[in-house]
Design a protein around this ligand. Structure first.
Ligand SMILES: Cc1cc2nc3c(=O)[nH]c(=O)nc-3n(C[C@H](O)[C@H](O)[C@H](O)COP(=O)(O)O)c2cc1C
Length: 193
């Protein structure tokens, strides 16, 4: 199963980027063919319909294809003001916007329709960014994704990783594994060749 893993943060010390790295390693160990991307490696400007009318940015075109090529995704979202960050909203807005004059990308949801998505979050707070999930999940439904019923919010994230970036708590690791397993299980059934 081809699994795409990404975090909604570009911060150097990001807890969600660490969580994404851990989830990617755990999914690889579970047999998935994992692509782990860093959003900071892509040039995605703030969405602007006038700029888009001239051309969709090359990295947006690249990401549309990457997302399309993976039947399963794991997203690790920070929580900003009880919601998910603008970085994720901006990315998903760009990816869902049809490309003018391009028949392949005229369908808003070509990149996302039918994807099985696991949602993780991490925050230094006690709730682990749980409220960001409650906003992100309806957006994923709007994109015609299947969201795995198991999710996990990693609280007190400042204490959750060792210096090598490994999750220190076995219960946290088991919860992340539970989300990964559910995503891979559902994607294998929904995306039979
Ligand atoms: C504008 C802003 C709003 C935030 N709001 C929340 C919040 O509502 N709940 C929360 O738990 N943390 C909140 N935080 C703290 C983030 O959870 C914290 O910065 C976290 O480390 C961001 O994720 P990252 O480590 O993956 O970059 C906020 C941070 C910023 C910059």
């Amino acid at each position: 199963m081809k699994l795409l893993v990404f975090a909604g943060s570009t911060r150097s010390g990001s807890f969600n980027r660490r969580l994404a790295r851990e989830a990617a390693a755990m999914a690889r160990a579970a047999g998935a063919e994992v692509t782990h991307i860093e959003l900071g490696d892509f040039d995605v400007p703030m969405y602007n319909a006038d700029a888009e009318a001239i051309a969709t940015p090359p990295d947006v075109m690249k990401l549309k294809q990457v997302f399309h090529d993976h039947p399963a995704w794991i997203v690790c979202t920070p929580e900003y003001n009880a919601s998910y960050p603008a970085l994720l909203k901006n990315l998903l807005d760009w990816l869902s916007s049809p490309v003018r004059g391009d028949p392949v990308w005229s369908d808003d949801f070509r990149f996302s329709r039918g994807k099985v998505v696991g949602v993780l979050s991490a925050s230094p707070g006690a709730l682990g960014g749980l409220r960001s999930q409650s906003h992100l999940i309806p957006l994923l439904f709007n994109l015609h994704c299947w969201v795995a019923p198991q999710t996990y919010a990693l609280g007190r994230a400042g204490d959750a990783f060792d210096p090598a970036g490994k999750l220190v708590d076995d219960r946290a690791r088991a919860r992340v594994q539970g989300v990964i397993d559910q995503v891979l299980h559902a994607a294998a059934r929904l995306h039979t060749p």
